[in-house]
Write a protein that binds this ligand. Sequence first.
Ligand code: 5CA
Length: 442
Amino acid sequence: MRVSRFFMPLMKETPAEAQIVSHRLMLRAGMIRQQSAGIYSWLPLGKRVLAKIENIVREEQNRAGAIEVLMPTLQSADLWRESGRYDAYGAEMLRITDRHEREMLYGPTNEEMITDIFRSSVKSYRQLPLNLYHIQWKFRDEVRPRFGVMRGREFLMKDAYSFDLDPEKARIAYRKMFIAYLRTFARMGLKSVPMRADTGPIGGDLSHEFIVLAETGESQVFCHRDLIEMPVPGADFDYEGDLEGVFNQRTSLYAATEEMHDAAAFGALPADKQVTARGIEVGHIFYFGTKYSKSMGAKVAGPDGTDVTVEMGSYGIGVSRLMGAIIEASHDDAGIVWPESVAPFDLGLINLKSGDSATDGACSKIYAALTAAGRDVLYDDTDERAGTKFASMDLIGLPWQVIVGPKGVANGEVEVKNRRSGERETLSVDAAIKRFAERPSF
Ligand code: 5CA
């Protein structure tokens, strides 16, 4: 993509309305635009990152055996009356009436709808276990939408729902998601800590929030220091094998959100292991048994032919919130520093003298070769000053920059800069092409 043809409305000024760094940087980098309180348009750079985050979430859900569906944003109020949550949900629910005076709502979550899908078509225990998920926009009329996409009113969520024959099997489903979440966040460069959590309006008695530690986080959390750096299972993890090992290793150490905090148990940890911090909740998983299946009649015929009410859990990830969390965890004074896995482009190509035929020629060669190799290159071919180009490229945070100027080109050379470390290296044009065309991590 050439910058001259792209849509990337960067802001020079620091937006006054943004209180935290991720919100400021997303606005300055032209990734989002606020349309109403807590409701955003996703501009091209933001949309690209959102798609990358979504894809990592999807790959890890699939790997753990969950199956993707897509449910609508609008739901019928009658469905929610069946579970009793239509009245219980309160002012956070956006209620809508259609032209036939039918009561509808913009879904804040989907337990009722997925239970309806399940009960209409699953009749036998042989079809279990089943875990269905979707990645869809939600609406919650939050009292205080703030911090940009961190606490929006409209936001993108991955929500999965598991169905099992008995509580023991439901715990297996819970553990699979628990492990999938560790992998999902680690692939985005985040250190997440699962913490015992309150279940709120979703219900149930077993629940973990996945927390990324950050000073600007909305949650007060307490955990054992060893959880923060604990390695996560690899891509070859066997979801049909031992789940308990990983699960127990994490849950045997103290970690709780404020609502579930046990000061005495925490105080019993060695002083140097006690971490009291702020955190961002990027995921939340629940096991709530038969709360919805019972009220909505979701049953299957068990092995002996008698009806069994299914055991359920639900598993959410804040897909749009993750973008804010990643920036909070990875930025510097010059701007965003994207991990390669979610960067909007793989690298930026900076032409320091557009219009100079040798420089233009070298850039075109690099751009064509890397694009042909499947790399996403953002080529700054504009005639802005060099300083402006450097600042813009640093602000939008692509992991690598290839800098091409007339002096270097006269010697057949370009400069490669790593955005995170700031390290620079001079390479021949061909070596630079080879380096990025062959990078296995892309
Ligand atoms: N049905 C369950 C699990 S699927 C559920 O709704 N859980 S939740 O309420 O905890 O939401 C799941 C995740 O969505 C949260 O962990 C958080 O990362 C994200 N989320 C919740 N509210 C917002 C919001 N207002 N803005 C952005 N993300 C949000």
